[in-house]
Design a binder for this molecule. Structure first.
Ligand code: SF4
Length: 222
């Protein structure tokens, strides 16, 4: 199906898959618990090499102690390390989130910026993290967030085709942006993450129960 599939055919298939994903996960949103852009940004930085569940366990106390960028910017890094320890790489993450808060206070008047170039100027914030904040909070479809679930499912669905492996996030994002229209980028990412958790897991995808199987070249082959 997908090996010699034209861009046009792949785009049509992507549209069919999106319609099904909307039926399945119409209200899919970011799984990181957050009330504002500051909380989403900090949670997203903490989620690197961790799981959303783990991050959601540590952030209630973190945000109770440091409810905004001003408070976090003035925090003792050692105390922050203790609070975020469970998310892994805690020393670097504590340094990054305190540093990001400091830059938000000094350069952006205490508000999380809503432009890609400003977001990626914050410590610990690369394009992927910025995409999460821009897409989820500011509702700007500037890219597709390719995490481990999105990479794996794009590869299995063959919606991406120029990548070396499912961790090649940059090439996968580029392919997805060619076959999915911009308005759907943020939703696609959220929906694939939910589908990855519920049906198309890394080790044991349940293709027999998958609503996408008719349009999936990998159905029953993993
Ligand atoms: S058919 Fe199987 S491989 Fe394809 S998306 Fe569904 S669970 Fe994943």
């Amino acid at each position: 199906m997908a090996g010699r599939e034209s861009i046009k055919a792949r785009t049509l298939r992507a549209n069919r898959l999106l319609r099904k994903l909307r039926t399945l996960y119409g209200d899919a949103d970011c799984a990181l618990t957050h009330k504002n852009a500051f909380e989403l940004l900090i949670s997203t930085i903490l989620s690197a090499q961790s799981t959303d569940e783990t991050v959601n366990k540590v952030t209630p106390k973190l945000f109770k102690t440091y409810p905004n960028a001003d408070a976090l910017a003035a925090a003792d890094v050692g105390e922050v390390e203790t609070l975020v320890h469970a998310t892994g790489f805690y020393r670097q993450k504590a340094k990054n989130i305190v540093g990001s808060a400091g830059r938000i206070v000094e350069t952006f008047g205490g508000e999380v910026p809503d432009r890609m170039e400003d977001l990626v100027s914050l410590p610990g914030v690369a394009r992927k993290t910025a995409n999460v904040v821009l897409g989820t909070w500011f509702e700007q479809n500037v890219g597709v967030v390719v995490d481990t679930h999105v990479g794996r499912i794009s590869d299995r669905l063959k919606l991406a085709w120029n990548h070396k492996d499912s961790k090649d996030a940059v090439r996968i994002e580029k392919d997805l942006m060619r076959v999915v229209k911009q308005d759907d980028w943020t939703f696609l990412s959220h929906a694939m993450i939910w589908h990855g958790r519920k049906v198309c897991s890394a080790r044991k995808p349940t293709c027999e129960d998958c609503t996408l199987s008719k349009d999936c070249p990998s159905a029953g082959r993993i």
